[in-house]
Design a protein around this ligand. Structure first.
Ligand SMILES: Nc1ncnc2c1ncn2[C@@H]1O[C@H](COP(=O)(O)OP(=O)(O)OP(=O)(O)O)[C@@H](O)[C@H]1O
Ligand SMILES: [Mg+2]
Length: 243
């Protein structure tokens, strides 16, 4: 579903991505592991158009999306979460989820003037948002502005925003940081359930939690994907199996 070919990103000559070629299968939960600074977030940012690639290609279901603008990539079906949460700080928790709905009919100039053309969609979105907030244990905070949330709650809000979208591919950058283990397992179980219609690519360091849910693993080292025979790759597999 997602293919990168020889993807390269330079920062002042430093190769943060050094020819990354990967394939992510549809309806899978794929993990990207790797030490701090190995290029995992840079890979996500380059796939999603937040960074301009200096070389290589990105394809989504066969269509080249390399260096498209983030909103164009979002329209094609990729939603992402951020390692450092990016909420709309002055909007409430509920509003943050509602703005994540793609292609809301009320956003069209002519349709927004006719309530009947968007009321139903909005009511459905509110219902879905409350279901997600309850699941993420954020429902009591639905009317709280995002800037008042704790670090862990902001991470959950990111997850909620991603799950509100009907994206074909959801990429999550360390979604479980600061989330209690019980809820983290519930979130991963939910992702597994949603794999029927969505594909997940996640970066996560908490192997003891993700191990049971992952279909495939890529390991990044110094901006490259580690070979499956390499010591770095085997070490990650050992840790995942051990946990
Ligand atoms: N905007 C930037 N400008 C300059 N250098 C950057 C930028 N973003 C990332 N880097 C560098 O690129 C390398 C990869 O960083 P990246 O954030 O992708 O690593 P990571 O694998 O996500 O690490 P972590 O596990 O700590 O989140 C690091 O050396 C980092 O300092
Ligand atoms: Mg990172």
């Amino acid at each position: 579903m997602l293919v990168t070919e020889n993807l390269t990103k330079l920062f002042d000559g430093f190769k943060a991505l050094d020819g990354v070629s990967m394939k992510v299968d549809a309806n899978s939960l794929t993990l990207i592991a790797g030490p701090n600074g190995s290029g995992k977030t840079t890979l996500i940012n380059t796939i999603c158009g937040f960074y301009k690639a200096d070389g290589g290609h990105v394809f989504l279901n066969g269509e080249e999306i390399t260096n498209m603008k983030p909103h164009e990539i979002r329209k094609r079906g990729i939603a992402r979460t951020f390692q450092i949460p990016h909420p709309l700080k002055k909007l409430t928790v509920l509003e943050n989820l509602l703005v994540a709905v793609a292609e809301h009919p009320g956003e069209k100039l002519l349709r927004c003037m006719r309530c009947s053309s968007w009321e139903r969609a909005e009511a459905d979105a509110v219902e879905k948002a409350f279901e997600l907030l309850e699941f993420l244990e954020l429902d009591a905070l639905w009317d709280t502005e995002a800037y008042k949330l704790s670090g862990g709650q902001l991470k959950l809000l990111e997850v909620g925003r991603a799950l509100m979208s009907d994206a074909k591919l959801i990429i999550m950058d360390e979604p479980l940081t600061g989330v209690n283990p019980k809820l983290a397992h519930c979130i991963l179980e939910k992702l597994v359930e949603l794999k029927k219609r969505t594909t997940f690519l996640i970066v996560e360091h908490r192997f003891e939690i993700v191990a049971a849910y992952v279909d495939r693993v890529f390991v990044m080292v110094n901006g490259r994907l580690a070979d499956e025979k390499s010591e770095a790759f085997r070490e990650v597999i050992r840790l995942l199996c051990f946990k």
